[in-house]
Write a protein that binds this ligand. Structure first.
Ligand code: CP
Ligand code: NVA
Length: 300
């Protein structure tokens, strides 16, 4: 039976750890990696902009000997109301896996329901599982653990934050989210969470005792019309030197990128010695290779 990645919650703790370990192994091999996906094709259906996710999936597939087909959703018959059932069935006859970046999580879930090939969520309004998997790999590299650590999330309780919540629920690390009123993670995302996940108002309370501080843009894709209000509502939630100084001495700063210097993070912090944002970006390439191998080559 095929396996999809629609949310981090689709994975067990053992599967997440195995993916991270395999990605670290793949990284150490660089280009000397077995062409395990020769003859296989990954489709990429994107309805939102992307630099990192698109390029890292394309290069990941290439390094493993396979190929990709990039489809702007607007150029497909999906944009002319061909239904998701027929699209999924047809693509399953050509492709070996498909990654989708879109607004609606339901569309990705419907695609997975009807497709006979693995479906990967490459970001929806609800979550960004691929991002947090590679971020966990980066945490493991820098801190040696993805279980016994306190991670702070400062800012919007958005799609990336939701995937961090899913990961904390499975791995058990401490996650403290500081968001302004009106921007806290949805109750559905927090449902079933244990004591290791806390939501607070004060960013200083969140970073105290944390070894990782994470943030993301205040205006996600699709929210552009809310820009002025959001920029005003998020005042006080910027990762600046004073907030970073309130965390553990060994703290690292993460941001999935793209960043808006001067909004959610200062240029000084983003480019500073504690920032690991470009390692994070690189690790998407390695984690995606591990993920593609797992989903395409292994059956349940
Ligand atoms: N972090 C991330 O998903 O970046 P892109 O939007 O550039 O793919
Ligand atoms: N929250 C951001 C993440 C971009 C990678 C967005 O959805 O636009």
């Amino acid at each position: 039976m095929k396996k999809d990645l629609l949310s981090i919650s689709d994975l067990s703790k053992e599967e997440i750890i195995a993916l991270i370990n395999r990605a670290i192994e793949i990284k150490s091999k660089g280009r000397n990696i077995k062409r395990s996906l020769e003859g296989y094709t990954l489709g990429l259906i994107f309805e939102k902009a992307s630099t990192r996710t698109r390029v890292s999936f394309e290069v990941a597939m290439f390094r493993l000997g396979g190929q990709t087909i990039f489809l702007n959703r607007a150029d497909t018959q999906l944009s002319r109301d061909e239904n998701i059932h027929d699209t999924a069935k047809v693509l399953s006859r050509y492709l070996d896996a498909v990654a989708i970046r879109t607004y609606s999580q339901k569309l990705i879930e419907d695609m997975a329901r009807f497709a006979d090939i693995p479906v990967i969520n490459a970001l929806s309004d609800l979550c960004h599982p691929c991002q947090v998997l590679s971020d966990l790999m980066t945490v493991k590299e820098k801190k040696g653990t993805v279980e016994k650590i306190r991670i702070a999330w400062i800012g919007d309780g958005n799609n990336v934050a939701n995937s961090w919540i899913h990961a904390a629920r499975i791995l058990g690390f401490e996650l403290v989210i500081a968001s302004p009123p009106g921007y806290k993670p949805l109750p559905e995302a927090l449902e079933g969470s244990g004591d290791n996940i806390k939501v607070v108002d004060d960013p200083y309370e969140a970073v105290k005792g944390s070894s990782v501080i994470n943030t993301d843009v205040w205006v996600s894709m699709g929210q552009e019309k809310e820009r002025a209000k959001r920029v005003s509502d998020f005042k006080g939630y910027q990762l600046d030197a004073s907030l970073i100084a309130a965390a553990n001495k060994d703290v690292v700063v993460m941001h999935c990128l793209p960043a808006h210097r001067g909004e959610e993070i200062t240029g000084e912090v983003l480019d500073g010695s504690k920032s690991i944002v470009f390692d994070q970006a690189e690790n998407k390439l390695h984690l995606h290779q591990a993920l593609l191998e797992k989903l395409i080559l292994t059956t349940l």
